[in-house]
Design a binder for this molecule. Structure first.
Ligand code: NAD
Length: 322
């Protein structure tokens, strides 16, 4: 029987959204494990971290059957992924559905042995029962969440036809270096690094299940050789409020004010992953990055990108000067 290292070397893994936040970290993790990685991304979102080596600059819809030749596994992470943006431009989010349908059809034609489809906890909506279990009814509250439900339905159809090869992976909130500041943790880290007030939408009591990106990509990589299941939550199993996250930043930069703003439309009160399936597949993680440590690392990453400019009231992002 092949050892895990030998097995990894024979893997050729295509990652859509490979220049994105999670995709680039996953590409590095899989390469470190000896996999040949083929990242694909059309760069519609400007990356904040260097794109992974060998990036194929292509839209998912432009992938063709030969792009799947020799591919042993696909992680489908390419997506429009902003809840507020999806209310403003809902039709753009149909691309999540079209791209998924196209890619899964190619995988079926190519007989790709393993396909992991990136979904989101947003599909659960405002669940009355917590933690969120994979079997819970889906109740999307935004065009983004609806596009992921549709993607999951397409994946389900492929599962029925192809058995266990396709797995839906419901990611809960992932944070860390390289994520754009339109998500909660990087937004707070950037503001804190600039010495500005910390924006809090609504009461700040809404809770999310946060995971540091290194922990998430470790789990994603682990799924490559885990027994296939139809759906798995990837999360920490613990939720924290926005106010708790802001408090961690006020430990790093004491004295920063909280700036309360109107709540979001259709805001979800809490997401918290039931991790029974995840833990059964992957075992308990040897070490998880604590939230205090993960926020610190993310803050440091943002602080390193800032520069003091005499004419500006707050430090500016390096890229704003170029
Ligand atoms: N970051 C999170 O907290 C989180 C939580 C739940 C689910 N997810 C899911 O994880 C996946 C990755 O998220 P992320 O945070 O890395 O997002 P990201 O926006 O950083 O990365 C997505 C990448 O996909 C690319 N892309 C989008 N549509 C494309 C297409 N049709 N063809 C080619 N490239 C395309 C973008 O250019 C971008 O680089 C997404 O499917 C997202 O829905 C993320």
């Amino acid at each position: 029987m092949a050892s895990p290292r030998t097995a990894a070397r024979t893997e050729r893994v295509l990652i859509t959204g490979g220049a994105g936040f999670i995709g680039a970290h996953l590409a590095a993790e899989l390469a470190a494990r000896g996999c040949a990685v083929v990242p694909v991304d059309d760069l519609r979102v400007a990356p904040l971290q260097p794109p992974p080596a060998g990036l194929l600059v292509k839209s998912v819809l432009d992938l063709a059957r030969p792009d799947l030749d020799g591919i042993t596994a696909v992680y489908h992470l390419a997506s429009h992924k902003s809840v507020p943006e999806s209310f403003e431009r809902p039709l753009d989010y149909l691309d999540n559905v079209d791209s998924g349908r196209h890619l899964l059809r190619l995988c079926e034609q190519a007989g790709t042995p393993r396909v992991l489809v990136g979904s989101t906890c947003e599909v659960y909506g405002n669940s009355l029962a917590l933690p969120n279990t994979e079997a819970a009814p889906l109740a999307p509250r935004s065009p983004y969440a609806s596009s992921k439900v549709a993607l999951e339905m397409i994946a389900r159809n492929h599962q029925q036809r192809r058995g266990s090869r396709v797995t839906v992976v419901r990611l809960f909130n992932v944070y860390g270096p390289g994520e754009r500041a339109d998500a909660l943790v990087p937004a707070l880290c950037l503001r804190a690094a600039q010495g500005r007030g910390l924006p809090v939408e609504g009461t700040g009591r809404q809770c999310r299940d946060f995971s540091y990106v290194a922990d998430t990509v470790h789990k994603l990589a682990g799924l490559l050789h885990a027994p296939p299941v139809s759906t798995v939550n990837l999360g920490s199993g613990r939720s924290r409020s926005v106010l708790e996250v802001a408090a961690l930043l006020r430990e790093i930069r004491p004295g920063l004010e909280l700036e309360f703003r109107p709540g979001r439309r259709d805001e979800i009160d809490e997401f918290r992953a039931d991790t029974t399936v995840q833990d059964g597949l992957l075992g308990l993680p040897p070490a998880v990055t604590g939230m205090r440590e993960g926020v610190r690392r993310t803050y440091d990453w943002w602080a390193a990108r800032l520069v003091d400019v005499p004419a500006a009231r707050t430090p500016l992002l390096v890229k704003e000067l170029t």
